[in-house]
Design a protein around this ligand. Structure first.
Ligand code: ARG
Length: 248
């Protein structure tokens, strides 16, 4: 009877908490990200995978009582990987958008961002008219260029080059393949700070908010993620993390 009770209890758990049950029996949380986005996720000088999103991922794994595995996936493929159940969670400076909400569920927002334009130092970039613009494929930056510059003919489609990874886009900027890069403002500022010979030109207010994303079948995990984020925020721990990655 005790064994039967145990079996029924476990069946109950796996019905009410399907994703959490899977993660716990696997013993690890698998988080997908694109490791090219400092200070949210990147590989540091000592080859460690670090960043604000990685800190949040660690807190979620701790709450679940499991190990954390970070999977580096090109940004454009993250949501597909989530849909295919290859990963449990996306934490990738991922902006909450209506299009993405059709496909995945988002946590409460944890960071506000806009877009920004960076270039090589010494350039005079007053506007984007006629410029060659580098973006990351599948990002809100790419969509912004499409909706606000290509759609109205400010620049031809051919002037926009999509890159899979930011380091490749930075090289293209240095080689002169593009005049500017358009990307999330906090990351643009970080590149200007870290990489010599770059300059911050201007921000474009897009009012984006980052959220963690889970598959639509993972309501249980989403509740847990929201709880972890809320606890980090109310305890002041989140603010400490942000200060650690952005400086004060
Ligand atoms: N916030 C933008 C978006 O959601 C860009 C995110 C890029 N993230 C990354 N890890 N490369 O589309």
């Amino acid at each position: 009877i005790i064994l039967a009770g145990w079996a029924i209890y476990n069946l109950y758990l796996s019905t009410v908490y399907p994703t959490i049950t899977t993660i716990k029996s696997r013993g690890k949380l698998i988080v997908g990200t694109s490791l090219d986005f400092p200070p949210f996720e990147f590989v540091d000088e000592s080859n460690a995978v670090v960043g604000l999103d990685i800190d949040i991922a660690n807190e979620i794994a701790k709450e679940l009582g499991v190990k954390l595995e970070i999977r580096d996936i090109s940004f454009d493929a993250l949501i597909i990987a989530l849909k295919n159940n290859e990963i449990d969670l996306v934490l990738a400076g991922l902006s909450i958008t209506a299009e993405r909400q059709q496909v995945v569920d988002f946590s409460k927002p944890y960071f506000n961002a806009s877009q920004a334009v960076i270039s090589l130092a010494g350039k005079n970039i007053g506007s984007l008219q006629g410029k060659k613009i580098g973006v990351q494929t599948g990002t809100t930056g790419e969509w912004w260029v499409q909706d606000n510059l290509i759609a109205n003919g400010t620049i031809p489609e051919a002037n926009v080059i999509g890159y899979d990874r930011w380091p490749v886009a930075l090289l293209a900027l240095q080689k002169g393949d593009v005049d500017v890069l358009l990307l999330d403002e906090p990351v643009g500022r970080m590149f200007v700070k870290k990489v010599a010979g770059l300059q911050f030109n201007f921000a474009i207010s897009t009012g984006e908010q980052y959220g963690a994303a889970v598959s639509k079948q993972s309501r249980d995990l989403l509740d847990l993620v929201n709880k972890v984020i809320a606890n980090l925020q109310t305890s002041g721990k989140y603010e400490t993390m942000v200060e650690k990655w952005f400086g004060s």
